[in-house]
Design a protein around this ligand. Sequence first.
Ligand SMILES: NC(=O)c1ccc[n+]([C@@H]2O[C@H](COP(=O)([O-])OP(=O)(O)OC[C@H]3O[C@@H](n4cnc5c(N)ncnc54)[C@H](O)[C@@H]3O)[C@@H](O)[C@H]2O)c1
Length: 259
Amino acid sequence: MPTNGARPRIAVVGLGYWGPNLVRNFAAMQSCELALICDADAEALAKAQLLAPEARVTQSLDEVLADEGIDAVALATPVPTHADLAIKVLQAGKHCFVEKPLAQTVEDAQRAVDASDAAGKVLMVGHLLEYHPAVTALADLIAEGELGDVLYVYSNRQNLGQLRSDENALWSLGAHDVAVILSLLGEEPEQVTAVGEAYVRPGVEDVVFGYLRFPSGVAAHMHLSWLDPHKERRITVVGSKRMAVFDDMRIEGNLTTCG
Ligand SMILES: NC(=O)c1ccc[n+]([C@@H]2O[C@H](COP(=O)([O-])OP(=O)(O)OC[C@H]3O[C@@H](n4cnc5c(N)ncnc54)[C@H](O)[C@@H]3O)[C@@H](O)[C@H]2O)c1
């Protein structure tokens, strides 16, 4: 990042369904400058430009990478591109924010982490729920012992659509739950199972049930689906003293406890 007090200059690459949200937020931030936006697709680029009229535009990722004025790049491109593009960004000497999931294999994720280490640049994955005020409040409740010992956690992330073809329900939805569960529990699972079924598109699991078990004995379950009549965005933590529910479908009172 600049050492002369200048605001870091950011580029956003990938302006399809999700990227415009990054553009809107970076454009509104005082602490950085959204300098460049990029999409190979001219129509997506033109639409996103309406959200950030001050930013320069390009259809070429190479132009972003070659721009010495860019300090960090945010990638919102399709999942199969993540690891390779993140590595390119890091090797170009820029910090990289990449949308979840970082990759779809451990090998690809490790290559990206290695590239970050080698370049001495930050690689951050867009696990945005970890920074949700209700999740940080939930983490505080656990840390302060309000719930007692955490016994088990389960999440529901279901709705009808959006059907995806290049990532399944685990990668698309479950990345958020895994990130939150790991940050709440502060330990790594010793047992991990996920079973999915592909009912709509062959080979792309639209319903996934995941199970994690931690060395402390805490269990976590995830019900992930985009083929479901209920729209649910909920994480439930059951403790020995109290239970807490983060219901992201509620605008107010989205974190409740009962005992
Ligand atoms: N955080 C969240 O809650 C959330 C929600 C939805 C999607 N996402 C993530 O956002 C990412 C993008 O998903 P999406 O639904 O927006 O995909 P999308 O297919 O709608 O958009 C991807 C865009 O990237 C562009 N692109 C691809 N390769 C490029 C390249 N080399 N150079 C320039 N542009 C390129 C495409 O033209 C397209 O416009 C995925 O990782 C997805 O999981 C996150």
